[in-house]
Structure formats: C-alpha cells, structure tokens
Write a protein that binds this ligand. Structure first.
Ligand code: HEC
Ligand code: HEC
Ligand code: HEC
Ligand code: HEC
Ligand code: HEC
Ligand code: HEC
Length: 258
C-alpha cells in the first residue's frame, strides 16, 4: 500500500515538471520566432515580380526608374567598384540589406523598400521614409534641405509633389503644385508657374523693353533739357492744332457763305 502511494506522488511530480518544461520551451521558441519575423530577414522579401502579378500598373511605372536601377546603374557600379565594393553602400542601393551578414534580398530600390517585407502591403507617406535614403553626401542632403523649407513646415510631404496621382516614377509634375496652389490661393497659381520658368520668355522681353526705354531716356539728357524739350513739343503741338482749326474755320465759313 505505502509503496504504490509513493509511486503515484512521484509520477504526478514528474508529469507536472514535464508540462512546465514543455510550456516554457515552446514559449521561448515562439518568442524567438516572432522576433525573427519582426526583424524582416532577407528571406521575408518576395521581390517585385511577385507584386507585379497583381499591381501591373505600379510595376510598369516603377520599372526603369532610378529606383529600380539603383544597383545596376552604370554610375553606381563604376563608383562602387572603384572603392572596392564597400557593403555599406548596399543599405540604400539594394532591398532588405542586412548589415550583420552583409547579405541583401534584391538589387535596387524595390516595392518592399517602401511597403515593408512580404505581402504586408503597408503604406507609408512620411517624409522620413524617403529621408532614410535621401540623406548624406550621396543622397545630396535632400531631406535636410526639405526640412528647412516652407513646405515641410506646412505639413506638405515628398509624396505630395513626387507622386501626383500615385505615380511611381517619382517625377514632379506641374499639376502636382496646382492641386494646392489654386487660382484663389493667396499664392496665385500663376506665381507658381512663373517660378517654374513658364514665363521666363516674357520676362526676357520685358527686360529688353525696359533697357530700350532707359536708353531713350538717357539720350534725352538731363532733367532740365528734357523739360525744355517738352515745352517746345507742347508749344509746337498747340500751334499746329490752332493752324488746323483756322484752316477748317475758313473753309467752313466760305462753304456756308456760298
Ligand atoms: C495576389 C494579389 C496581390 C499580390 C501578389 C500583391 N498585392 Fe498588393 N493588393 C492586392 C489587392 C487586392 C489590394 C487591395 C485593392 C487595392 O488597393 O488595389 C492590394 C493593395 C495594396 C496596397 C494598398 C494598401 C492600402 O492600404 O491602400 C499596397 C501598397 C500594395 N498592395 C502593395 C503590394 C506589394 C508591395 C506587393 C508585393 C510585395 C503586393 N502588393 C502584392 C493584391 C495583391
Ligand atoms: C544613405 C543612403 C545611401 C548610401 C549609404 C549610399 N547612397 Fe548612393 N545614392 C543615394 C541616393 C538617395 C542617391 C540619389 C541622389 C539624387 O539623385 O538626389 C544616390 C546616388 C548615387 C550615385 C549617382 C547615381 C546616378 O545615376 O547618378 C552614385 C554613383 C552613388 N549613389 C554611389 C554610392 C556609393 C559608391 C556608395 C557607398 C560608398 C553610396 N552611394 C552609398 C543614397 C545612398
Ligand atoms: C520609393 C518608395 C516606393 C516604391 C519603391 C514603391 N512604392 Fe508603392 N507607394 C509608395 C507610397 C509613398 C505610396 C502612397 C502614395 C499616396 O498615398 O499618395 C504608394 C502607393 C502604392 C499603392 C496604393 C496606391 C495605388 O496606386 O493603388 C500600391 C498598390 C503600390 N504603391 C504598389 C507598389 C508596387 C507594386 C511597387 C513596386 C513595383 C511599389 N509600390 C514601389 C512608395 C513606393
Ligand atoms: C531604400 C532607399 C530609398 C528610399 C526609401 C527612397 N529612395 Fe529615392 N532614390 C534612392 C536611390 C539610391 C536613388 C538613386 C538611384 C541611382 O540613380 O542610382 C533614388 C532616386 C530618386 C529620385 C530620382 C533622382 C534622380 O536623380 O533622377 C527621386 C525623385 C526619388 N528617389 C524620390 C524619392 C521619394 C519621394 C521617396 C519617398 C517616397 C524615395 N525616393 C525613397 C533611394 C531611396
Ligand atoms: C513642393 C514640392 C516638393 C516637395 C515637397 C519635395 N520635392 Fe523633391 N523636387 C521637387 C521639384 C520641383 C524638383 C525638381 C524637378 C525635377 O527634377 O523633377 C525636385 C527634385 C528632387 C530630386 C532630384 C530629382 C532629379 O531629377 O534630379 C530628388 C531626389 C527629390 N526631389 C527628392 C525629394 C525628397 C526625398 C523629398 C522629401 C524629403 C522631396 N523631394 C520633397 C519638388 C518637391
Ligand atoms: C500639398 C499641398 C502643396 C503642394 C502639392 C505644393 N505646395 Fe507650395 N505651398 C503649400 C503651402 C501650404 C505653402 C505655405 C504657404 C501658404 O500658406 O500658402 C506653400 C508655399 C509655397 C511657396 C512659398 C510661397 C511664399 O510666399 O513664400 C512656393 C514658392 C511654393 N509653395 C511652390 C510650390 C511648387 C513649385 C510646387 C510644386 C512643385 C508646390 N508648391 C506644391 C502647399 C503645397
């Protein structure tokens, strides 16, 4: 009787211990797996061809742009190779670059550089996204310059100007400016077109006319001379008008008299 009681107790203890160990082991495994997913490892990226299957329009716009060619681009390749192909360049010229292993998922700035790895399909319009690459010497300090400008302070984003109607070429279209700078805006739409160089031609014409006018004024000499000249012109003009009036009066008198 006592022997079997002891057996039962150690069996229960053994089973409880086994359950506890299993639970904590799977907990550790689950935690590890979830942190691996969050880190977006190189294997999480599916590549632009996968997105193309359902988003053909976006793919076609993006294909052939500076973003899609950011790695294969001759200018990049020659500079990169001349420096001995340093891996830190790949941070912005490839997709899914992993600094610890030096590996990357795809060449160039692809869909998943901006929409997160895999089929997350996240949309991020924050200037900080563009600014993560468009910074430093190679990025021509675009982000810092943007932050100093009036648009940044007014809440306007890179995407507002560079992705008019969601275009994935990232070229700025003048229509993009007109979405905000309308005719009844204090900053008239024409001002914006002027600033974009649309009226440079008429500006040149204006300058030419102004120069001609100044030349004419100068050729008339000083203020005093000009006044005398104007007086002569006035007297002469009045004389001619008086003469014409007299001639007309004489003809009229003769005609009435006849
Ligand atoms: C099997 C088809 C399919 C594939 C593959 C696919 N998508 Fe989508 N995606 C959709 C559908 C459907 C929608 C919702 C309708 C829409 O907005 O066009 C969508 C929406 C989106 C949106 C907008 C989400 C929003 O909140 O407005 C983005 C961004 C996007 N996809 C990016 C991607 C990227 C990047 C890839 C490749 C990594 C990809 N998609 C692959 C079908 C797909
Ligand atoms: C922080 C991100 C970042 C890093 C790191 C980076 N670049 Fe770039 N690079 C850019 C961006 C953004 C542009 C586009 C600049 C523009 O046109 O305004 C660019 C453009 C270039 C261009 C001009 C390409 C052309 O078609 O004219 C070359 C060449 C280049 N990078 C080489 C390199 C090399 C070599 C390295 C490493 C030593 C490097 N980059 C590291 C972001 C980066
Ligand atoms: C340089 C960053 C960048 C790259 C590269 C990029 N996108 Fe986008 N995409 C954006 C941003 C930002 C928006 C949101 C635009 C907006 O809301 O005005 C967007 C919007 C979208 C949308 C939703 C709007 C729409 O047109 O239906 C889809 C779908 C999409 N992108 C798919 C793609 C696919 C597919 C690729 C690759 C072929 C790609 N994107 C590459 C930044 C990017
Ligand atoms: C992952 C890094 C990365 C992100 C994010 C990114 N870009 Fe770029 N972008 C580049 C690189 C690199 C180039 C230059 C590629 C080359 O010419 O070799 C470039 C080129 C460009 C160009 C063309 C420049 C030229 O000289 O023709 C424009 C415009 C541009 N990016 C705008 C944007 C905007 C707007 C966003 C945010 C929606 C954005 N980029 C997000 C890396 C990035
Ligand atoms: C108010 C509108 C506006 C905003 C906001 C804006 N840009 Fe631009 N961007 C322009 C214009 C206009 C040009 C010059 C015309 C062109 O080259 O397409 C330009 C040129 C560029 C170029 C060089 C393109 C080339 O062909 O040389 C890059 C890269 C760029 N912008 C990136 C950005 C980034 C990144 C942001 C946000 C941090 C941003 N821009 C915000 C209007 C804007
Ligand atoms: C999303 C809206 C939006 C877009 C798109 C936009 N702007 Fe603006 N812009 C503003 C706002 C807001 C201001 C701040 C001044 C104001 O209240 O009008 C501003 C200010 C300006 C100013 C300064 C005016 C001043 O009095 O100092 C200029 C110049 C300008 N924008 C040119 C442009 C050009 C060029 C484009 C296209 C490449 C453009 N903007 C696109 C909203 C926009």
């Amino acid at each position: 009787m006592r022997m079997s009681e002891l057996d039962n107790r150690s069996l229960i203890r053994f089973m409880v211990g086994a359950v506890l160990i299993t639970v904590s082991l799977s907990g550790i495994l689950l935690l590890g797996a979830s942190t691996m997913v969050m880190a977006q490892s190189v294997d999480d990226y599916v590549g632009p061809a996968t997105c193309q299957a359902c988003h053909a329009d976006n793919y076609e716009e993006w294909d052939g742009t500076a973003h899609s060619n950011a790695f294969t681009d001759e200018a990049f390749q020659s500079e990169w190779q001349s420096q001995g192909s340093p891996s830190e360049c790949l941070e912005c010229h490839t997709t899914g670059y992993d600094a610890t292993s030096g590996e990357y998922a795809f060449e160039g700035v692809t869909c998943e550089s901006c929409h997160e790895a895999g089929l997350t399909m996240a949309v991020n319009t924050a200037p900080e996204l563009c600014g993560s690459c468009h910074t430093g010497e190679y990025g021509k300090e675009k982000f810092a310059k943007f932050q100093e400008g009036i648009h940044s302070n007014s809440g306007v984003t890179c995407v507002d100007c560079h992705m008019y109607e969601d275009n994935h070429r990232f070229e700025v279209e003048s229509k993009a400016c007109a979405t905000c700078h309308t005719d009844d805006d204090i900053h008239d739409r024409r001002l914006i077109l002027d600033l974009q160089g649309a009226s440079l031609e008429s500006e040149a014409m204006y300058e030419e006319l102004e120069a001609e006018y100044n030349e004419l004024v100068n050729s008339l000499g000083g203020e005093e001379e000009r006044t005398t000249l104007m007086t002569y012109v006035a007297i002469g003009g009045a004389g001619i008008i008086a003469l014409i009036s007299v001639v007309v009066a004489i003809y009229y008198y003769r005609y009435r008299g006849a």
